[in-house]
Design a protein around this ligand. Structure first.
Ligand code: MSP
Length: 705
């Protein structure tokens, strides 16, 4: 079988704040992509945003910006969340990308030329609010059945795709490929749908009603129906791309979707491809909904769980684990604070975290931090029954795990790992290494072998969990003396040999006391969590600070921001009015950098914002903060945060940031900043994030402000 894997997520509407439902779909795809990479596959993982259509047009109008401006900002929310969640995609497609628009127009033209698209007059009752037609019998008292608003009789021309004619071919395909639509009950749903007559699909929208779409190449008075545009992303994004063996990336191995968009993916999309004579995707997997309080998460219901709050408090990996472990693929699942706390405390804090901590501590204390070998030198000691049993357990899990993953039984696979970890803890209770440590030479020899067996099992568990918890797994592994990124070769018994140096780390999975999520500002807290994660992964410790004695530098809030737009200030020659993206929020800042930069040079640039500076009106426009720049004589040059992600809270050396609510220019002046060795410093302390310094131009001593 080919060792290549192309996996996609739906492209999300770029008019909304991402929530846990969107996060889940993308994480599921990320985890499956990572498992395939772990198993040695060459992977292409695609995600992106759906940027055309009425919803975007309306949202933009409401915000008083053009649709393009609107999506240019909104798609970033998704990108930022994926970064915070550790999602490693290969490409992010936007339906406003030139390549995509061209691809859609060409595909439409091709269908038109083949007679697969035709024009016809269309009449019906149209509801403006619902943006759709209703038939006579659908109306209730002559009104729109959904909103109860009046409807009007409209006659208009439109273009139709001959979808109906592909019904038989699609049915045959589903019959011949029993795994095409997963899980089985969703496949049956589609078969049920296809028992009825399959209508042709209206694929145009008159420009009079909708402007924001891709024009039909054969009739400029129309734009393309948003789904016809969106579905083609899966192909447009990989047009001309191939894997290293020369095989084209298309067709996709898996389209991962929520059950709400099954018909579009399992009926519209394959029939479009059949009409175009292109290969069909191999599998479509529809997962269930995340419910909260028994209902689908939705903005209008106000029961949306903000993933950022959870990431901020407990780290991305914990959230990733919970989501993957808790949802049986295909079924609905509940997200409640209580479930989150219970699951994380049981599986991660009590079992996995504890097991690793115990073994780590004993190796540190009794073996000078070097993993003991399975059998102590000079001893003819053989593995006892308990050791053999544990090894057999681990080998059993290894044997079934890959199978479970390939068959997408993810939550079950994770349950097996959890049971392996529980077995290690039972084994440790039974062999009581802490008692062996106090015994004579024979017991001491056994101690080494017990710790080895437990460590090897935990190493296997962590390697299997690596795609789900990439960062914590690596930390756990280094606590057991393993530094290499897990690969397929790690998935067997006997990789540890003894002698590995174990690396100290903080508690991997702290127990959650009380509620898991609180009212913390999500974006801020998320950046904080990243700071902590980055620190923890480097094994750095921060000096404890006394309450009430905040260092003046720690009281200032410096964050990485992205410049979204730059307009000249209407009343001040030297100033730009900048729109900044800071994590998931936006701000306006006036900056006196018109002498040194053009607006083209600024847009898209990453900068450092003094974010808790009290807002002030500058020539009539309120400025919410100030950008850091170094000036060695030639005018201000913005400092450069390099690869530090937008939203991140920066710190001075090992000084823990504790920004106050509002800072003044006086507070700022108490913390003189200057360039030293190309890095922004306060005294000896470099301004940085997780060890990555903020750079600035100018010789040593150049002031930064
Ligand atoms: N733009 C279309 C998809 C086009 S794909 C060619 C769209 N976008 S969406 O932003 O509404 O995202 C829908 C997807 O988000 C769902 O299919 C599902 O994957 C995910 N979810 C949204 N809410 C969800 C839950 N409450 N639970 C789980 N996933 C859900 O539809």
């Amino acid at each position: 079988m080919a060792r290549r894997f192309y996996i996609t997520t739906p492209i999300y509407y770029a008019n909304d704040r991402p929530h846990i439902g969107h996060a889940y779909t993308t994480l599921l795809a990320d985890v499956l992509a990572r498992y395939h990479r772990l198993l040695g596959y060459e992977v292409f993982f695609l995600t992106g945003t759906d940027e055309h259509g009425q919803k975007v047009e309306q949202a933009a109008a409401k915000a008083g910006v053009t649709p393009q401006e609107h999506v240019d900002v909104y798609h970033l929310r998704f990108k930022e969340l994926w970064e915070q969640l550790g999602v490693r995609y290969d490409h992010f497609v936007r339906t406003t990308d030139a390549q995509h628009k061209r691809f859609v127009a060409e595909s439409m033209q091709e269908l038109f030329a083949r007679g697969e698209i035709y024009e016809r007059k269309y009449e019906g009752w149209y509801s403006v609010g619902e943006e759709r037609f209703f038939s006579d019998d659908e109306l209730v008292d002559g009104k729109d059945p959904v909103s109860g608003n009046p409807v009007e009789w409209i006659t208009e021309r439109n273009y139709f795709f001959r979808m109906g004619k592909y019904k038989k071919q699609l049915l045959d395909h589903i019959e011949r490929h029993p795994n095409f639509i997963q899980p089985d009950f969703r496949r049956n749903e589609v078969l049920g749908f296809l028992r009825n007559e399959l209508q042709d699909l209206c694929i145009s929208r008159p420009r009079a009603r909708l402007q924001w779409g891709i024009p039909l190449p054969f009739d400029e008075e129309f734009v393309t129906y948003v789904w016809f545009d969106a579905l083609l992303n899966y192909q447009s994004a990989v047009e001309g791309r191939s894997f290293s063996d020369g095989e084209a990336v298309w067709p996709a191995d898996y389209h991962i979707i929520g059950k709400d968009i099954l018909t579009t993916h399992a009926v519209y999309w394959p029939t479009m491809l059949l009409a175009l004579g292109r290969p069909l995707p191999r599998h479509i997997l529809a997962h269930g909904w995340w419910l909260s309080g028994g209902r689908k998460q939705s903005k209008s219901r106000g029961n949306v769980v903000d993933p950022l709050t959870y990431i901020a408090r407990h780290g991305a990996d914990t959230v990733r684990y919970f989501l993957m472990r808790e949802m049986v693929l295909g079924q609905d699942a509940s997200f409640t604070d209580e479930l989150f706390v219970t699951r994380v405390n049981a599986d991660l804090a009590n079992d996995l975290g504890n097991g690793i901590q115990r073994v780590h501590k004993l190796v540190e204390t009794h073996f000078q931090s070097a993993m003991p070998p399975p059998v102590a030198p000079g001893h003819s000691l053989k593995a006892g029954a308990a050791e053999l049993e544990l090894q057999a357990f681990a080998e059993g899990v290894l044997l079934t795990f890959v199978d479970q993953i390939v068959n997408l039984r993810l939550s079950f696979a994770l349950e097996e790992v959890a049971s392996l970890v529980r077995a290690v803890n039972r084994y440790l209770e039974h062999r009581a290494p802490w008692k062996l440590a106090k015994g004579g030479p024979d017991e001491r020899a056994q101690l080494g072998s017990v710790l080895f067996s437990a460590a090897e099992c935990l190493r296997i568990a962590l390697s299997l969990l690596y795609p789900v918890m990439p960062e914590r797994s690596r930390r756990g592994l280094s606590m057991l003396g393993v530094e290499d990124e897990p690969q397929e070769s790690a998935l067997r018994w006997g990789v540890l040999r003894g002698g590995e140096r174990i690396v100290s780390g903080q508690a991997l999975f702290p127990r959650i006391e009380g509620q898991a999520a609180g009212p913390a500002d999500a974006a801020e807290a998320a950046a904080l969590a990243r700071t902590e994660a980055a620190k923890a992964s480097q094994g750095k410790s921060t000096p404890a600070q006394q309450p009430g004695s905040t260092h003046p530098a720690a009281a200032l809030e410096f964050r990485v921001a992205t410049i979204l737009s730059a307009e000249p200030h209407p009343n001040a020659e030297a100033l730009f009015v900048l729109r900044l993206g800071v994590g998931t929020r936006e701000r306006t800042v006036c900056a006196g950098i018109r002498k040194t930069y053009t607006s083209e040079q600024l847009v898209g640039k990453h900068v450092v914002l003094f974010a808790n500076l009290k807002p002030a009106k500058l020539r009539g426009i309120e400025s919410e903060g100030m950008l850091l720049a170094a000036d060695s004589g030639g005018g201000p040059k913005l400092v450069d945060p390099g690869d530090i992600p937008p939203g991140s809270l920066l710190e001075f050396g090992s000084l823990r940031a504790q920004p106050k609510d509002r800072a003044t220019l006086k507070d700022f002046e108490r913390v003189p900043l200057e360039v030293r060795g190309g890095v922004v410093h306060h005294g000896d302390l470099p301004l940085s994030f997780g060890g990555v310094p903020v750079r600035a131009e100018g010789p040593d001593g150049t002031p930064v402000r």
